[in-house]
Design a protein around this ligand. Structure first.
Ligand code: ATP
Ligand code: DP6
Length: 395
């Protein structure tokens, strides 16, 4: 069976103080390129106590999935101009966006830093971002997490911000982005301080602690989801009575998953992962009007996983669903082949997804096996649990 690639985190460099000047005496532009993976939560973040700062009501926990990533280049020009953001070749609206929130925060910090210094030039900063992702954006595959963590990484490298400032910038863009700053198993603490400085992420375990852990993402819908996570969770906060109970349980569930992870006890971890996913979607259904992120294919996958575990006599695979119908399955490497053999008999795979399965298995599928029921899998992504951001270039 083929192994998915693994990259190691390597993001400790920053530009040194004392930057170059152009012949006109202006600061030279700086450019940074990073590659940052997505993360998929095992205990979901859902609900905020501060909407503008993205401060969560509950702690959350995720695994970093390094096959899916954003490759982002940020250019900072020290002049007055219009900021721009391009994702997969498409220009994004910056005015009034989350990008602008992040850019304004950086300008504010730089103004503050410059106050007291006799600046030759006022703080004029223009931002240009180009980002490519190797997966669809806004489809519930945590594109915003990789995207905003990448922007925060670049900003730290260019401006020399502290780790805490980097976290704040990532979180300001999208809450879940704060967890993509690390590899492995990552916890985002909601924090209790009024200034939110302790609402930060930390690595609970590096990916090397459990090298045989794998993720299989079954994409069943590549389209934009109906309600964004941002709007959906706010609606839940306003209307769900179950949310309060969910929030009470998150810390205990995180502790249980961390203990299971520490002992590499897959079955104990898997049970908690599936419980959290189901609890999260129950809370979504308890929202008014309900948030129905799962579809029939998602539900077929849920059933399939339980049948497979039962057939096995122990829990060897877990599902989790974010705010969309696509499934992330966690399992160990030695389960992948048997599970895919089983799944290809029960589900229907689109032609490209079939090729992806064949690549994972390292052999062709028998013509007759890929004829399962109507459930259609469009794409299969196989990944290790990986390291965090990688710095590609800085100048
Ligand atoms: N590579 C990127 N760089 C910068 N911003 C990005 C990038 N990819 C996505 N985004 C931003 O994230 C938004 C999509 O976020 P959204 O939360 O709707 O989807 P998602 O992240 O795929 O889903 P979820 O967070 O529920 O898993 C995009 O509209 C864009 O503003
Ligand atoms: C279901 C989730 O994926 C929700 C992610 O929400 P976002 O981080 O996208 O929300 P904003 O902070 O408003 O940008 C669960 C999770 O990743 O923890």
């Amino acid at each position: 069976m083929n192994s998915p690639g693994c990259q190691q985190a390597n993001c400790s460099e920053t530009l040194k103080e004392g930057m170059g000047l152009t012949p006109e005496g202006r600061r030279e532009s700086r450019v940074c390129t990073v590659r940052v993976p997505i993360n998929i939560a095992l205990v979901k973040y859902w609900g905020k106590r501060d909407q503008t700062q993205n401060i969560p009501l509950n702690d959350s926990l995720s695994l970093t999935i390094n096959s899916l990533h954003a490759r982002t280049t940020l250019r900072v020009n020290y002049e007055i101009g219009t900021d721009s953001v391009k994702i997969n070749g498409k220009s994004q609206t910056v005015t009034g966006s989350r990008y602008q929130r992040v850019f304004e925060e950086v300008r504010r910090w730089e103004r503050k830093r410059k106050a007291g210094e006799v600046a030759e030039h006022p703080v004029s900063i223009q931002f240009e971002i180009t980002s490519e992702t190797n997966f669809p954006v806004s489809a519930g595959l945590a594109s915003s997490a990789a995207g905003f963590a990448a922007i925060a990484e670049c900003l730290q490298k260019i401006f020399g911000f502290t780790d805490s400032q980097k976290s704040q910038l990532a979180r300001l863009g999208s809450g879940s982005a704060i967890r993509s700053i690390f590899g492995g198993l990552v916890r985002w603490r909601r924090g209790t301080q009024p200034n939110y400085e302790d609402s930060i992420a930390e690595q609970s375990f590096p990916s090397t602690h459990w090298p045989s852990l794998r993720a299989l993402i079954l994409v069943v819908d590549e389209g934009r989801k109906e309600y964004s996570s941002t709007d959906g969770m706010q609606r839940t906060v306003e209307t769900s009575t179950l949310l309060e109970r969910r929030i009470e349980c998150c810390d205990v569930n995180i502790d249980k998953i961390c203990a299971a992870f520490s002992n590499r006890d897959f079955s104990a971890m898997a049970d908690m992962i599936m419980r959290d996913s189901n609890n999260f979607h129950a809370v979504c259904m308890d929202t008014s009007p309900p948030l129905m992120y799962l579809n029939d294919v998602s539900r077929t996958i849920i059933r399939l996983v339980h049948v497979y575990n039962e057939k096995n006599g122990s829990t060897v695979i877990a599902y989790t669903f974010d705010a969309g119908p696509n499934a992330t399955l966690y399992l160990e490497e030695d389960t992948v082949q048997d599970f895919l053999d089983f799944a290809t008999k029960q589900l229907r795979f689109a032609e490209s997804a079939q090729t992806e399965v064949e690549e994972i298995l390292g052999h062709k599928l028998d013509e007759s096996v890929n004829n399962g029921a109507l459930a259609q899998i469009l794409q299969v992504i196989y990944s290790q649990v990986g390291g965090g951001p990688q710095l590609l270039s800085l100048h």
